[in-house]
Design a protein around this ligand. Structure first.
Ligand code: BG6
Ligand code: MG
Length: 218
């Protein structure tokens, strides 16, 4: 294993718990359309783009809508979602992450964000984390979202790193697949059952130093 020089973090579900905001907003939209939608449908929406998420929801009930209506529905959901994220503060950064990022910075590692979200920049600003990262690649900068590897490959490219020298942190199945396809090491953050294709799965960053993690990976 190459010791990673660049550490690429997914945002939603790794740095901050926004998955519940996405879920509540999609549920509200689905229910307004009389489409049954609950937590069991939500895993498939993690990591994928806004338009893919809406397609998944519409397919649950074999619905077809015009392009204009599709855009209107995405905008409606995003408006609700943006109201939630506007309340975020640095206190919402997940436990263990600030220490983990500080240690990496002290060690001279390069840090990047690799997120499918078009709201990533707002979220990083609310969390006061924008300056922490050397590169921020998000849904506004890629054509193909996860499981396509584009977001991670662009992250590596932005800091001038080879993919084999990068490690990715992901909470979504689609993100683990993207990291594997990018030929990068991958650490799943969450459940082994869902993220089993990662090189290592951890519960959280609490009491986890980069050294602990490298030891577990080796
Ligand atoms: C990902 C989330 O980070 O971003 C997905 O895991 C979400 O659930 C995707 O659909 C797109 O987000 P946004 O903010 O552009 O609607
Ligand atoms: Mg995520």
């Amino acid at each position: 294993m190459n010791v990673p020089k660049t550490w690429i973090f997914d945002l939603d579900g790794v740095i901050v718990e926004t998955a519940q905001f996405h879920y509540k907003s999609w549920k509200r939209l689905a229910h307004s359309l009389d489409i049954p939608f609950d937590e069991s449908h939500n895993e498939a929406l993690k990591g994928v783009s806004r338009s893919k998420s809406l397609n998944i929801i519409l397919e649950l009930d074999d619905r077809e809508v015009s392009e204009k209506e599709f855009q209107r529905l995405m905008d409606k959901k995003n408006g609700w979602y943006q109201n939630y994220i506007a309340e975020l503060t640095p206190d919402d950064i997940l436990d263990g992450i600030p220490e983990f990022l500080d240690t990496l910075k002290e060690r001279g590692a390069k840090l990047a964000i690799g997120s499918s979200s078009k709201n990533a920049q707002y979220i990083l600003d609310y969390l006061q984390l924008t300056e922490t990262f050397d590169a921020i690649i998000d849904g506004t900068k890629v054509k193909n979202t996860k499981p396509d590897p584009e977001v991670f490959l662009k992250g590596a490219q932005a800091v001038g790193e080879d993919p084999e020298d990068c490690v990715v942190f992901e909470d979504a199945e689609s993100g683990v697949e993207a990291a594997n396809r990018a030929n990068m090491l991958c650490v799943g953050v969450g459940s082994e059952e869902i993220l089993g294709d990662a090189d290592l799965v951890i519960d959280s960053f609490v009491d986890m130093s980069p050294e602990d993690l490298l030891e577990k990976l080796s």
